[in-house]
Design a protein around this ligand. Structure first.
Ligand SMILES: [Zn+2]
Length: 249
Protein backbone atom coordinates (compact mmCIF):
# COMPACT_ATOMS: atom_id res chain seq x y z
CA UNK A 1 0.00 0.00 0.00
CA UNK A 2 2.76 2.38 0.98
CA UNK A 3 4.85 1.27 -1.99
CA UNK A 4 1.90 1.78 -4.31
CA UNK A 5 1.30 5.25 -2.95
CA UNK A 6 4.96 6.11 -3.33
CA UNK A 7 5.03 4.88 -6.91
CA UNK A 8 1.97 6.90 -7.73
CA UNK A 9 3.31 10.07 -6.11
CA UNK A 10 6.65 9.62 -7.84
CA UNK A 11 5.06 9.24 -11.25
CA UNK A 12 2.43 11.93 -11.05
CA UNK A 13 3.38 15.60 -11.06
CA UNK A 14 2.08 17.43 -8.03
CA UNK A 15 -1.05 19.08 -9.39
CA UNK A 16 -4.22 20.69 -8.14
CA UNK A 17 -7.39 21.72 -9.88
CA UNK A 18 -8.10 25.43 -10.04
CA UNK A 19 -11.26 26.59 -11.84
CA UNK A 20 -11.15 23.52 -14.02
CA UNK A 21 -7.51 23.94 -15.01
CA UNK A 22 -4.65 21.81 -13.80
CA UNK A 23 -1.95 23.99 -12.28
CA UNK A 24 1.41 22.56 -11.30
CA UNK A 25 2.39 23.21 -7.71
CA UNK A 26 5.64 25.12 -7.75
CA UNK A 27 8.61 22.92 -6.99
CA UNK A 28 10.70 24.01 -4.02
CA UNK A 29 13.61 26.20 -5.04
CA UNK A 30 17.17 25.11 -4.32
CA UNK A 31 19.21 27.61 -2.34
CA UNK A 32 22.97 27.81 -2.38
CA UNK A 33 24.11 27.68 1.25
CA UNK A 34 27.84 27.76 0.57
CA UNK A 35 30.45 26.43 -1.76
CA UNK A 36 33.10 23.77 -1.79
CA UNK A 37 36.83 24.29 -1.91
CA UNK A 38 36.71 24.08 -5.70
CA UNK A 39 33.74 26.43 -5.87
CA UNK A 40 30.90 24.01 -6.42
CA UNK A 41 27.60 25.07 -4.81
CA UNK A 42 26.26 23.33 -1.72
CA UNK A 43 22.51 23.27 -2.23
CA UNK A 44 19.53 22.88 0.08
CA UNK A 45 15.76 23.20 0.04
CA UNK A 46 13.11 23.28 2.73
CA UNK A 47 10.00 21.25 1.96
CA UNK A 48 6.84 20.13 3.67
CA UNK A 49 5.45 21.77 6.78
CA UNK A 50 4.88 21.08 10.43
CA UNK A 51 7.06 19.54 13.06
CA UNK A 52 9.26 17.94 14.06
CA UNK A 53 11.94 19.30 11.76
CA UNK A 54 14.08 16.78 9.94
CA UNK A 55 17.35 17.36 8.08
CA UNK A 56 18.32 14.94 5.32
CA UNK A 57 21.76 14.93 3.71
CA UNK A 58 21.69 12.86 0.51
CA UNK A 59 25.45 12.51 0.13
CA UNK A 60 28.67 13.20 2.02
CA UNK A 61 31.29 10.65 0.87
CA UNK A 62 31.81 11.35 -2.82
CA UNK A 63 32.32 7.73 -3.82
CA UNK A 64 29.08 6.67 -2.11
CA UNK A 65 26.46 8.08 -4.48
CA UNK A 66 23.93 5.29 -3.99
CA UNK A 67 21.53 7.69 -2.26
CA UNK A 68 22.42 10.88 -4.09
CA UNK A 69 21.33 9.39 -7.42
CA UNK A 70 17.78 9.23 -6.01
CA UNK A 71 17.72 12.95 -5.21
CA UNK A 72 14.79 13.71 -7.53
CA UNK A 73 12.75 10.93 -5.96
CA UNK A 74 13.61 12.23 -2.48
CA UNK A 75 12.50 15.73 -3.50
CA UNK A 76 9.20 14.27 -4.74
CA UNK A 77 8.76 12.35 -1.50
CA UNK A 78 9.42 15.25 0.87
CA UNK A 79 6.97 17.56 -0.93
CA UNK A 80 3.85 17.70 1.13
CA UNK A 81 4.91 15.45 3.99
CA UNK A 82 3.60 16.46 7.42
CA UNK A 83 7.13 17.39 8.54
CA UNK A 84 9.40 20.28 7.73
CA UNK A 85 12.33 18.74 5.89
CA UNK A 86 15.61 20.49 5.19
CA UNK A 87 17.11 18.55 2.28
CA UNK A 88 20.82 19.15 1.71
CA UNK A 89 21.78 17.62 -1.62
CA UNK A 90 25.47 16.95 -1.17
CA UNK A 91 27.88 17.88 1.62
CA UNK A 92 30.88 17.05 -0.57
CA UNK A 93 30.28 18.14 -4.18
CA UNK A 94 34.00 18.11 -5.05
CA UNK A 95 34.28 14.50 -3.88
CA UNK A 96 31.18 13.58 -5.86
CA UNK A 97 32.60 15.17 -9.01
CA UNK A 98 35.86 13.24 -8.56
CA UNK A 99 34.15 10.08 -7.21
CA UNK A 100 36.38 10.18 -4.14
CA UNK A 101 35.50 9.71 -0.47
CA UNK A 102 37.31 12.86 0.58
CA UNK A 103 37.10 16.52 -0.27
CA UNK A 104 39.40 18.11 -2.85
CA UNK A 105 42.01 18.58 -0.10
CA UNK A 106 41.93 14.92 0.94
CA UNK A 107 39.90 15.45 4.11
CA UNK A 108 37.16 13.00 5.07
CA UNK A 109 34.05 15.21 5.35
CA UNK A 110 32.73 12.92 8.08
CA UNK A 111 35.76 13.56 10.32
CA UNK A 112 35.77 17.36 10.09
CA UNK A 113 32.92 18.20 12.49
CA UNK A 114 33.43 20.10 15.77
CA UNK A 115 32.76 17.05 17.93
CA UNK A 116 34.41 16.72 21.31
CA UNK A 117 36.52 13.85 19.98
CA UNK A 118 37.78 15.69 16.85
CA UNK A 119 41.39 14.79 16.08
CA UNK A 120 43.42 16.98 13.74
CA UNK A 121 45.25 15.21 10.94
CA UNK A 122 45.71 15.07 7.17
CA UNK A 123 42.51 13.04 6.72
CA UNK A 124 40.53 14.94 9.37
CA UNK A 125 41.61 18.51 8.62
CA UNK A 126 43.79 20.86 10.69
CA UNK A 127 40.73 22.04 12.66
CA UNK A 128 37.00 21.35 12.74
CA UNK A 129 35.08 22.79 9.78
CA UNK A 130 38.27 23.47 7.81
CA UNK A 131 36.40 22.19 4.76
CA UNK A 132 34.16 24.94 3.31
CA UNK A 133 31.37 22.57 2.27
CA UNK A 134 31.29 20.94 5.71
CA UNK A 135 31.26 24.39 7.33
CA UNK A 136 28.31 25.40 5.12
CA UNK A 137 26.31 22.30 6.06
CA UNK A 138 27.20 22.73 9.75
CA UNK A 139 25.98 26.33 9.71
CA UNK A 140 22.79 25.28 7.95
CA UNK A 141 22.09 22.54 10.50
CA UNK A 142 22.69 24.89 13.43
CA UNK A 143 20.27 27.42 11.89
CA UNK A 144 17.63 24.80 11.03
CA UNK A 145 17.92 23.10 14.44
CA UNK A 146 16.52 19.71 13.39
CA UNK A 147 14.99 17.13 15.73
CA UNK A 148 16.50 14.40 13.55
CA UNK A 149 19.34 14.23 11.02
CA UNK A 150 19.43 11.54 8.33
CA UNK A 151 22.55 11.11 6.20
CA UNK A 152 23.04 8.71 3.28
CA UNK A 153 26.19 6.59 2.85
CA UNK A 154 27.15 3.21 1.36
CA UNK A 155 29.24 0.38 2.82
CA UNK A 156 30.46 -2.96 1.57
CA UNK A 157 28.70 -4.59 4.55
CA UNK A 158 25.43 -2.72 3.81
CA UNK A 159 22.54 -2.36 3.70
CA UNK A 160 21.89 -1.31 7.29
CA UNK A 161 21.05 1.74 9.35
CA UNK A 162 23.42 2.96 12.04
CA UNK A 163 22.53 5.66 14.54
CA UNK A 164 23.98 8.11 17.04
CA UNK A 165 22.19 9.79 19.89
CA UNK A 166 18.69 8.79 21.02
CA UNK A 167 17.72 7.27 17.67
CA UNK A 168 17.23 3.55 18.22
CA UNK A 169 13.47 3.63 17.65
CA UNK A 170 13.90 5.87 14.63
CA UNK A 171 16.45 3.47 13.17
CA UNK A 172 13.99 0.62 13.74
CA UNK A 173 11.24 2.62 12.00
CA UNK A 174 13.48 3.13 8.97
CA UNK A 175 14.40 -0.56 8.95
CA UNK A 176 10.76 -1.63 9.17
CA UNK A 177 9.90 0.63 6.23
CA UNK A 178 12.88 -0.47 4.14
CA UNK A 179 12.29 -4.17 4.81
CA UNK A 180 14.73 -7.10 4.72
CA UNK A 181 17.69 -7.36 4.46
CA UNK A 182 17.92 -3.92 6.10
CA UNK A 183 18.75 -4.08 9.81
CA UNK A 184 19.84 -1.80 12.62
CA UNK A 185 23.54 -1.78 13.42
CA UNK A 186 24.13 0.23 16.62
CA UNK A 187 27.86 0.59 16.09
CA UNK A 188 30.04 0.87 13.00
CA UNK A 189 32.70 -1.17 14.79
CA UNK A 190 35.40 1.48 14.51
CA UNK A 191 35.93 4.91 16.02
CA UNK A 192 34.62 7.92 14.15
CA UNK A 193 36.27 11.01 15.69
CA UNK A 194 34.89 14.28 14.41
CA UNK A 195 31.94 12.63 12.65
CA UNK A 196 28.58 14.25 12.03
CA UNK A 197 27.02 11.52 14.16
CA UNK A 198 29.30 12.29 17.08
CA UNK A 199 28.82 16.03 16.83
CA UNK A 200 25.04 16.00 16.44
CA UNK A 201 24.08 12.71 18.07
CA UNK A 202 26.49 12.19 20.92
CA UNK A 203 27.47 15.76 21.79
CA UNK A 204 24.18 17.55 21.10
CA UNK A 205 21.70 14.75 21.72
CA UNK A 206 20.06 15.13 18.32
CA UNK A 207 19.15 11.73 16.86
CA UNK A 208 21.20 10.88 13.76
CA UNK A 209 20.44 8.06 11.34
CA UNK A 210 23.30 6.94 9.12
CA UNK A 211 21.76 5.04 6.22
CA UNK A 212 24.29 2.66 4.66
CA UNK A 213 23.35 1.19 1.29
CA UNK A 214 25.14 -1.86 -0.04
CA UNK A 215 28.07 -0.38 -1.91
CA UNK A 216 27.56 -0.64 -5.66
CA UNK A 217 23.98 -1.92 -5.41
CA UNK A 218 21.89 -1.25 -8.52
CA UNK A 219 19.29 1.53 -8.47
CA UNK A 220 16.39 -0.88 -8.20
CA UNK A 221 17.82 -2.22 -4.93
CA UNK A 222 18.44 1.19 -3.37
CA UNK A 223 15.49 3.37 -4.45
CA UNK A 224 12.47 1.43 -3.13
CA UNK A 225 13.88 0.70 0.36
CA UNK A 226 15.19 4.25 0.70
CA UNK A 227 11.86 5.84 -0.18
CA UNK A 228 9.89 3.37 1.96
CA UNK A 229 12.28 3.81 4.91
CA UNK A 230 12.13 7.59 4.65
CA UNK A 231 8.35 7.51 4.26
CA UNK A 232 8.05 5.47 7.46
CA UNK A 233 9.78 8.33 9.29
CA UNK A 234 8.41 11.30 7.35
CA UNK A 235 4.79 10.19 7.17
CA UNK A 236 4.32 7.93 10.19
CA UNK A 237 4.15 8.80 13.87
CA UNK A 238 7.61 9.69 15.11
CA UNK A 239 8.63 7.66 18.16
CA UNK A 240 9.58 9.74 21.15
CA UNK A 241 13.35 9.78 21.55
CA UNK A 242 14.62 9.07 25.01
CA UNK A 243 17.54 11.45 25.57
CA UNK A 244 20.64 9.78 26.91
CA UNK A 245 19.34 6.24 26.70
CA UNK A 246 20.80 5.05 23.43
CA UNK A 247 24.03 6.94 23.04
CA UNK A 248 26.57 4.99 21.05
CA UNK A 249 30.16 6.10 20.76
ZN1 LIG B 1 30.28 7.00 3.98
Amino acid sequence: MLAAALTASALLPACRLTAGAQVAVRAPRWETIGSSREGRPVRAITSGRGGPRIALIAGIHGDEQEGLRHLDEIVALVRGVPRTVRLIADANPDGTAANTRTTASGVDPNRNWPAGNFRAGPRHGPRPLSEPAVAAVHRDLVDFDPALVIVLHAARSGPFVNFDGPALKLAAAFRDGAGAPWHVRPSMGYSTPGSLGTWAGVDRGTPVLTVEFARGAPREETGPPLLAGLAAILEGPLPEPVPGEFYVR
